[in-house]
Ligand binder design. Structure first.
Ligand SMILES: [Zn+2]
Length: 115
């Protein structure tokens, strides 16, 4: 279950940042998760709870925003949003090996701080 190791390192980074800014009270963590990140949203949410145990982040919320897939076709010179992640070729010219612009994100977008 690699979601747990992701959650643990995420929590460690948040704690570091919070302490670096003088001990912020984090109420919620906003995460951007791409559909191609290979991370299961529910498993990550569950792992986050476990990772928070014993830290001051316990009780904080994890808000996961799913980032849809966006590819760029060099031939059409256009961005495309495929309907499924199984369909990685250009919907217009059907050429493969597209550049992925969005969809691989796994990043903390924002921290909600208790005033
Ligand atoms: Zn194309």
């Amino acid at each position: 279950m690699h979601e747990l190791s992701i959650a643990v390192s995420m929590v460690e980074r948040i704690i570091e940042e919070s302490e670096g800014r003088g001990g912020l009270q984090v109420e919620a963590v906003h995460l951007r998760l791409g559909v191609l990140s290979g991370v299961d949203k529910d498993a990550l949410a569950f792992s986050y709870e476990i990772a928070c145990e014993g830290t001051f982040l316990v009780g904080s919320r994890l808000v996961i925003e799913t980032v849809p897939l966006l590819i760029y076709c060099d031939i059409c010179k256009m961005e495309h949003a495929p309907e499924s992640i199984q369909q990685m070729d250009c919907p217009q010219c059907h050429s493969p090996s597209q550049k992925i612009i969005r969809g691989r994100e796994l990043e903390v977008a924002a921290l909600e701080i208790t005033a």
